[in-house]
Design a protein around this ligand. Structure first.
Ligand code: ADP
Length: 693
């Protein structure tokens, strides 16, 4: 403070604080009066009080009196008790005192202080004030003279601003367990929110601390040794500044040790004030345990999906290579025997042998194609079971009868244990049941060496409902057996223990997959036990709805005699197929009338005499008009005797949906290509002959 200021205070102070009756010269009184007037006209409050315990107010200007909503200096003096303490709102007083003392005592050569506090006016209104004080030692003692301004509007605005900011931070940082406000320039940090860990660094108090110290102590106290160096670096001002040069924020993940428990944490550093260089940042830390777990779960899922895809791909490749091998085997045989047949065309004995072999190879190929088709059909949504009354005993007997020749050839002791008292009549999908039983029984015969044993046991087991009967079908053999690893995957598609070269038996590796799919779709189960070199046991358990006893329709009519000499319409666009079919049918004494497509067949029917054709054998896929359209056209002919002619589909379209479509258009049966004469005759017997009766 300059000398002039001192002089003025030295001179004026006694006058300002003087009583009326104090001895002063008229000049002194005059200048004191002018000075008081000047002070009263100041736009802000001004007062002087003693810098001792009494804090006695020595002077107050009118602006201060008005600030306290008092009418006169007297009223103000009474209201405040003539002391500084009486001016300050009681709750703020201690903090104000402490702050003033600290500022004056501290490194403050100017003896200036600045405090903010609240005052309560005479009318009971709360105001915020800013107090600029000056401590001076004078001839009337140590005093403070103070300028005071009303900062209520400013403070409430600021508070609202701060509150809003806090609310925003609160809202956005919900999952951050600690938030620090860091000033990199002054190396200070204030906690806005403290986690259980940070309580240690801040002694649980919201106060400023040196940031470098807090960072180092935090790293040493909590961060896992693996990550200490990383976090130490991430919290260094140089690193923070570098990372925030172009971006608003960055984060680093780390492991933390809290109460000897490992936690996954993340620190996020956000640039909040950038005066040309990064100065103030907010650092938040949060637990990312759940995210890490989720990430890991997702990673595992992806890895598992990749692994599944790899396994599926391998299985597919193995399947394709087995398939191509298994297709080549009969194809090679086919071409080989064709070559031999050509060479020995005159040798009828050799020819017949070759043709048999060609026939066998063709059957193998057909079996393979059928199975692949069947599995995709079972997988499709078209698949559904048909339920019809049937005899389980008949199905089992048929299966065993069909296998008997092969078993006999291999000198296998093939026995059937089938108790006569079992419920023989049930509702079931006969074809599919036979498919399953045939598969496991034929495998038993196929994979059992000469002189081995195969037993087919059927037993009725207790059923949960009287309307249903449950059965166990057990096929046991003394064959080659299956290794444990192959047994595990025996029902999986595309899996075969060895390809046909190794096992010496032709197979697609799809039979058991198909069997399992059928059995499980029917609500049953299929299991396998086996020991290499000892034998295998396949067990199927199924429940069936019971049916009343079936009337036995004994049909003794000779179908071959029935068809002999009859004329049929064969609708087929493929020349080779037509030739083969014609030859086979003509062998039965049937007269074949060909039609190249559906349209020609319809035209022929239009001009046919009723009963001219016994039935129509109709291909489906044909140019001009297909078999279904032709059937619909024939069924709508005017003459009912022509319109109702039996029509049997003979088609390569073997899906259930195709069969349904055939039935829908009015066909009487749907047979699969290539033509199988016994099957055809069966159909003729069922459809044409019964219709005739
Ligand atoms: P495949 O057409 O190859 O016989 P399957 O699905 O019916 O196809 O059988 C798959 C594989 O299971 C066979 O290739 C064979 O290795 C093995 N297998 C099935 N049944 C038996 C059995 N009774 N004894 C030994 N091995 C068997």
């Amino acid at each position: 403070m300059g000398d002039t200021e001192y002089k003025l205070i030295e001179e004026m102070l006694p006058l300002l604080v003087a009583d009326e009756d104090d001895e002063f010269t008229p000049e002194q009184r005059e200048s004191a009066h002018k000075f008081k007037k000047f002070l009263d006209h100041l736009p802000g409050g001004f007062f002087i009080y003693r810098a001792d315990k009494s804090e006695e107010l020595l002077y107050a200007n009118m602006a201060l009196v008005r600030m306290f909503e008092c009418d006169s200096i007297k009223e103000f003096a009474e209201f405040t008790g003539r002391s500084f303490k009486g001016m300050v709102y009681s709750e703020d007083y201690d903090a104000v005192e402490k702050s003033i003392t600290q500022q004056i005592m501290g490194d403050n050569s100017d003896n200036l202080d600045y405090v903010e506090y609240r005052i309560l006016t005479k009318k009971g209104n709360m105001r915020y004030v800013e107090d600029y004080g000056h401590f001076v030692q004078t001839n009337v003692g140590d005093i403070y003279y103070v300028f005071i301004t009303d900062a209520t509007v400013k403070t409430t605005m600021r508070q609202r601003d701060v509150l809003q900011k806090l609310e925003i931070i609160e809202g956005l940082s919900d999952n951050y367990d600690s938030i620090l406000y860091v000033d990199l320039d002054t190396d200070s940090v204030v906690p806005y929110r403290m986690s259980k860990r940070l309580v240690k660094q801040f002694d649980g108090e919201v106060k400023a601390k040196p940031f470098s110290w807090v960072a180092e102590d935090f790293v040493n106290s909590w961060v896992h040794p693996d990550d200490q160096q990383t976090i130490r670096e991430a919290l260094s001002p140089e690193y923070i500044r570098r990372m925030l040069q172009d971006d608003r924020s960055f984060y680093v993940n780390f492991k933390c040790l809290y109460e000897s428990e490992l936690q996954y944490m993340q620190l996020r550093v956000v640039d909040v004030k950038n005066n040309g260089h990064v100065s103030q940042v907010v650092i938040g830390s949060r637990n990312i345990e759940d995210e890490i777990k989720q990430e890991m779960q997702q990673k595992n899922l992806v890895e598992r999906a990749l692994e599944d895809a790899r396994i599926a791909n391998n299985a597919k490749n193995t399947f394709l290579s087995n398939m191509s091998h298994d297709m080549r085997t009969p194809l090679n045989a086919l071409f080989g025997y064709l070559g031999l047949a050509k060479k020995n065309i005159g040798d009828s004995e050799a020819m017949s042998k070759y043709l048999d072999s060609i026939n066998n190879a063709g059957k193998q190929l057909l079996d393979l194609v059928d199975k692949v088709l069947e599995i995709s059909y079972l997988d499709s949504k078209d698949f559904h079971f048909t339920e019809e009354p049937c005899s389980l005993i008949d199905i089992i007997k048929e299966t065993c009868d069909e296998l008997a020749p092969l078993a006999k050839k291999k000198k296998i002791d093939f026995t059937l244990d089938c108790p006569p008292e079992a419920h023989p009549e049930v509702y079931a999908d006969k074809e599919q049941i036979k498919n399953v039983l045939m598969n496991i029984a034929s495998n038993a015969v196929k994979y059992t060496g000469k002189g081995g044993k195969v037993n087919f046991l059927v037993e009725e087991i207790p059923s949960a409902s009287s309307e249903f009967a449950a059965f166990r079908f057990v096929v046991t053999d003394t064959g080659i057996g299956i290794s444990p690893s192959a047994l595990e995957k025996i029902f999986d598609p595309f899996e075969r223990e060895q390809n046909s070269t190794h096992s010496g038996v032709f197979g697609s590796g799809l039979g058991l997959t198909i069997a399992k799919q059928i059995v499980e779709s029917m609500g049953g189960s299929i299991t396998a036990q086996s020991e290499l070199g000892v034998g295998s046991t396949f067990t199927v358990v199924l429940s069936f709805r019971l049916s009343e006893k079936k009337e036995t329709i004994e049909d003794t009519d000779d179908v071959e005699a029935f068809v002999k000499g009859k004329k049929i319409l064969v609708v087929e666009d493929n020349e080779i197929n037509l030739e083969i079919e014609t030859e086979l049918l003509e062998d039965l004494g049937i007269i074949v009338e060909p039609a190249e497509n559906g349209q020609i067949a319809v035209d022929k029917m239009k001009v046919a005499k009723p009963g001219e054709y016994l039935f129509i054998l109709m291909d489906i896929q044909m140019p001009v008009m297909d078999g279904w359209e032709a059937t619909e056209a024939i069924r709508s002919l005017d003459n009912p005797k022509l319109a109702n002619i039996p029509i049997i589909a003979l088609s390569a379209n073997a899906f259930e949906s195709d069969k349904r479509q055939s039935a829908k258009t009015g066909m009487n049966a749907h047979l699969n290509k290539p033509i199988d004469i016994p099957v055809l005759l069966d159909s003729v017997q069922n459809i044409v002959m019964k219709k005739k009766k």
